[in-house]
Design a binder for this molecule. Sequence first.
Ligand code: HEM
Length: 131
Amino acid sequence: MTSTDVTTSMFERIGGSATIDALVDRFYDRMDALPEAKIIRAMHADDLGLIRDVLKRYLTEWTGGPRLYTPEKGHPRLRQRHIGFAIGDAERDAWMLCMRGAMEETVTDTAARLELDKAISGLADWMRNRQ
Ligand code: HEM
């Protein structure tokens, strides 16, 4: 191993922007269609076009890809941005159901998918703001 060895980002491991785009699209498709996701679909705007773009930018940056979120939106402060939405266990579970299905469909590298699932699950837990 030489000193030029660098860590591969999660962004690269899962296949870069093509995978992020597919993941986010499948995620919101599920939110739009699954009966179990009705409680969180109702919190979102009728048109999911804008939020698809924002979540793609956020996840690109968060997985170690290009900084597409912060320069435009500022520090993520994600928990604070969600404070206006009542998020408890049921909402967290509905969100993760959509995200897990989308990951299974789009992230083919199993080890990377398990790591990503763990990290995103932690974020979703942290987003809860109601008993
Ligand atoms: C745990 C359950 C969650 C619920 C119910 C939820 C719900 C929402 C809602 C209703 C919005 C506003 C959408 C709109 O403007 O139409 C939003 C925005 C957003 N959510 Fe979540 N969310 C959850 C978890 C997460 C997690 C885990 C992440 C990150 C992986 C995330 C990332 C985002 C981002 C990046 C935005 C846009 C923030 C901005 O305005 O810049 N959310 N979420």
